[in-house]
Design a protein around this ligand. Structure first.
Ligand SMILES: Cc1cc2nc3c(=O)[nH]c(=O)nc-3n(C[C@H](O)[C@H](O)[C@H](O)COP(=O)(O)OP(=O)(O)OC[C@H]3O[C@@H](n4cnc5c(N)ncnc54)[C@H](O)[C@@H]3O)c2cc1C
Length: 316
């Protein structure tokens, strides 16, 4: 890679076969390595390990059991120092365990993972180390990092591909001309940083609210100090059931509610505006909501029917 001496912009990259590719704008899609933004331009990595202690995963594929109906969801199960995923696909299943290497040895992880696969193993378990966090700027000079080269969050809420999509959409929206106006770069960086911090906070919430007492990992997670942005949300929720929505939020109130309620964290009080509603109105509103959901569910094919229709090219 060659930089322009006058401003450090990337002038060209050299491929393995010796070809040189010049460009005005470079998109770094080199994964964890962050070849252009991190290695060449030296943009600092902000480490979020103090809030997200998991730093590795073991992944292993398994064979589907003949005759089993395909589950329409990914199952996530807490383990002693992390969590296990099971992702059913039509031809096989993906399994893995995300864990904190400070709390569990590789042998201990495999002993927790392997008895709980969705079927017989098809591959050897593969260890994937990672570091949670992000590059301090996703865009520096004439280089924009998209995907893992911009940062990584563990796949507890499967957000990486969504973050790639929003990164591409944002770049399209703020596509530069050759002047590379600093205001455009700042805006891109600000939006990217805020969006990723919001996702980070939502993932931290899963750890912070846990009530397990059977391992040091879960106790440490419960006792950690969370980022101010998240603490503020938790405080407003417990004060009166308020959902704070900042700019660039990927997760909606329904997702936050699922986590608060799932862990039994309920508000101490409620919005006084609720007192303006009669109990009968409230009951009617909830009944309508229940009825609408039931109607929709009744008219929806189940997962196996949907997949079969997909095979026939008839799925809506
Ligand atoms: C265990 C696990 C589970 C995941 N689950 C989900 C999920 O459920 N949902 C979700 O949204 N995301 C998930 N992800 C994340 C998702 O897979 C990644 O975010 C996505 O694949 C990253 O794409 P990328 O293009 O940024 O990086 P990569 O896919 O890593 O691509 C980087 C590419 O750059 C190439 N490269 C690097 N250096 C060079 C070089 N010097 N020259 C040429 N090429 C180079 C590499 O060969 C590679 O092909 C998961 C990730 C892991 C590890």
């Amino acid at each position: 890679m060659e930089q322009r001496p006058e401003d450090g912009f990337i002038r060209a990259v050299t491929l393995d076969d010796g070809r040189e590719v010049e460009g005005d704008l470079f998109v770094d899609c080199s994964g964890f390595r962050s070849l252009l933004l991190g290695e060449a331009l030296g943009v600092r990595f902000e480490d979020w390990g103090r809030w997200l202690p998991c730093d590795a995963a073991f992944a292993v594929q398994s064979r589907n059991r003949p005759g089993d109906a395909p589950a329409p969801f990914t199952r996530v199960t807490a383990r002693s120092a992390g969590w296990q995923w099971g992702i059913p696909l039509r031809h096989r299943a993906g399994n893995g365990l995300v864990f904190s290497s400070a709390h569990l040895s590789d042998d201990q992880v495999l002993a927790e993972l392997m008895p709980h696969l969705l079927g017989d193993p098809l591959t050897e378990p593969r260890r994937i180390p990672f570091r949670p966090g992000r590059r301090a700027q996703a865009w520096s000079r004439n280089c924009v990092a998209i995907g893992l080269s911009a940062g990584f969050l563990e796949p507890l809420e499967s957000t990486s591909i969504a973050l790639i999509e929003t990164g591409v959409a944002r770049l399209k929206q703020l596509f530069p001309d050759r002047r590379f106006a600093p205001a455009v770069i700042d805006e891109y960086n600000d939006q990217s940083a805020r969006e990723m911090e919001r996702v980070r906070d939502f993932i931290i919430l899963h750890y912070k609210l846990n009530r397990r007492t059977d391992s040091a990992f879960w106790r440490d997670c419960r006792e950690m100090t969370v980022p101010d942005t998240l603490q503020r949300k938790i405080d407003l929720w417990t004060a009166r059931g308020e959902f704070v929505r900042y700019r660039w939020e990927m997760f909606h109130p329904a997702s936050w509610l699922a986590i608060y309620d799932g862990f039994g964290v309920h508000p101490d009080d409620y919005d006084p505006a609720v007192d303006a509603m009669t109990p009968a109105d409230l009951e009617r509103g909830l009944r309508d909501m229940r009825d609408n959901i039931a109607r929709l569910v009744a008219s929806t094919p189940d997962h196996a029917q949907y997949l079969a229709a997909l095979d026939r090219g008839q799925a809506a």
